[in-house]
Design a protein around this ligand. Sequence first.
Ligand code: IPM
Ligand code: MN
Length: 365
Amino acid sequence: MKKHILVIPGDGIGPEVTTWGKAALEQIADAFGHEFSFDEALMGHASIEVNGNPLPDETLEKAKNSDAILFGAVGHAKYDNDPSLKVRPEQGLLKIRKELGLYANLRPILLFDELLNASSIKPSILKGTDILFFRELTGDVYFGEKTRSEDRNTASDLMIYHKYEVERIAHKAYQAAMQRSKRLCSVDKANVLESSRLWRETVQEIAKLYPEVETEHMFIDNAAMQLIKDPKRFDVVLTANLFGDILTDEASQIAGSMGMLASASVGDGTGFFEPIHGSAHDITGKNLANPLASILSAALMLEIGFGLKEEAKVIIDAVDQVLKEGFRTNDIADGSTNPYKVLGTQEMGKLVLKFISQKVITQNS
Ligand code: IPM
Ligand code: MN
């Protein structure tokens, strides 16, 4: 298979971790005889520094002309502490999502058994959890009109949804539910918000087209609680942009760490694959970041972007083996971890690559 992949490392730990996601793709291409070509582009603070723009046209052009995008993270402490700055790294990410029509953000909560103890939730509650979030990604307060009064003392963000936006992501979530355990929970705040009432009505309509799927509707506040109380009750979770942003950070604790979770944003064209974690300025450049979310994002690219299931599985199995053998990055180490097996970003990346190549050799022999 021939594919052209754009790598956008971005800011903070983005470049450190994306190196390993890309290396995993190169190794898979080698092993399975695929031809993957790569290009690189700027986004976020890294791009603002060079040309004052978090998403230059050149990056957008390259993105549109690629078959998939591997992204790192955007953000910088300087902006977090100064809300008055008008040009912000995150604008680049939001714009590329909109421009590429990436309306569905898939966030699988992939729980490796070896990490049951890394979570702050009891292993008995966690074991067997397998959730796939569908977060709407190009609507909601993220893209609604923003206002600020002249005296600067009043501000608003419009929470807005159009029916077609709910329909298209609902279809994607139901199609996934059909392939899984045929359970779907749609999360909203329909007891208060009109946009959520539209959301619920629309999901109820789409549900009729998938009669085999058992649909549940839940309010966001209750969902946030149930997710910690009994995560196993969820399978496919369908929700809006802001609710999904918050719920999936919460759900990352089920997997042990934000450093473990990958995501796929898909829609009209080129798919976009990225860790759910951010730029993590506090650990940038210290060889402390967990590269597994980027490596698992590469696996999602192979599976969802290119339909290469076997190749994706090799990567997931290699990550599983690393964990089974007791190796950890700092974020997923716990009291029982052998201190000699706590690895830096680079050492962890190299080890996964080694296991990928071993798995391919065993498969082919
Ligand atoms: C995410 C991030 C982004 C979001 C930020 C960086 C704009 O938190 O991908 O979850 O809020 O969508
Ligand atoms: Mn987020």
